[in-house]
Design a protein around this ligand. Sequence first.
Ligand SMILES: Cc1ncc(COP(=O)(O)O)c(C=O)c1O
Length: 439
Amino acid sequence: MLDISLPESLDAFWMPFTANRQFKAKPRLMASAKDMHYITVDGRQVLDGTAGLWCVNAGHCRDRIVDAIHQQAATLDFSPTFQMGHPGPFALADRLAKMLPGDLDHVFFANSGSEAVDTALKIALAYHRVRGEASRTRLIGRERGYHGVGFGGVSVGGIAPNRKFFGSLLPGVDHLPHTHNLEQNAFSKGQPTWGAHLADELERIVTLHDPSTIAAVIVEPVAGSTGVLIPPVGYLEKLRSICDKYGILLIFDEVITGFGRLGKAFAVDYFGVMPDLVCVAKGITNAAVPMGAVFARSYIYDAFMHGQESAIELFHGYTYSGHPLACAAAMATLDIYEEEQLFDRAASLASYWEEAMHSLKGVPHVIDVRNLGLVAGIELESIPGQPGVRAYNALVNCFEQGLLIRTTGDIIALSPPLILEKHHIDEMVERLSHVLRSM
Ligand SMILES: Cc1ncc(COP(=O)(O)O)c(C=O)c1O
């Protein structure tokens, strides 16, 4: 058994994306987890409404993944993948390539979503250069986009507090407008019908800078961390066709949509729109070992495979790219996804989920509910002059009521493990509704 005694002090750990002083004054500490639940250090069961952080798609502490990690750690703990190799990442990349549609058939491994994003941006820039179009250096992101915390990801991201403390970031970046509009789209079920025209802003940006300067556009197919923004019908298709028109690469950041969240393996499958590069992380290993990856279409990989065979083609990589433990965890995770048909399961629960979430319409403070697959965003009216406080209070109260939710500003995001049962959905709605009514 692991020692889960409380630490003597909470002071030394500088917590990420957390109000440290507030948290440490009244901590919320998890001790263990199994399937749909966490157990707190004081022994309370908490229903996981967020799959950890959008990542534990197969539920917690799955024996098969635990065993795979254990065996791998005892067999080959580490081997470099720079000018060396071990079977793990080759087998995993091959399997992933077979899962992906079309010619998305090469995989570059990283250790997180942030690293996957920075890797994809670098591949895009280098791709144009190796093809003789070195003037294509601009990257286009989107307002309210979240692409992790590396300098590349923050530069193309569009969340002001994530950007404003960190200087001028990457030069040559521009942003599309976000697609969030409650006047037009409040309480939409599935994809909103209004907003495809917002993709036309890409035409304006391209005209402003000239296509010969633009390398890539990066978007989350469904934006998660900014508070669940579902793409309007036709929006992603438009982005694709404008990128095609001007020779611009389209990157989908599927860090949260990858591995079944929408009821298909990837958002690429769900929307039927093919990007040039795809970033994933989180659900790839069920979060048991950190891993990220970039999937590249064959012409991108092939563009690098020229010149002297002894020359390194891409000067990029991480010590832990294709780490043996992550590969083992990912293989076991994919086994579970396949055998339990969890992506189909997510699809078959999506309409029940939709109805349940929209039953929160009319509950105090709720000004919007939006959903797709097994994702929901519940937007609350802000307390005047205190943005984010109402949702944070809901988070604290839900945790006390035994439900883990995630909040961004005054938006609650729900994204449960795909193993959930209908009664878990009912419990989530009941507890959330109770908390909101009592606030
Ligand atoms: C769309 C998207 N991209 C990138 C990231 C960053 O991933 P990580 O926290 O693993 O670096 C996240 C994390 O939530 C994300 O939602």
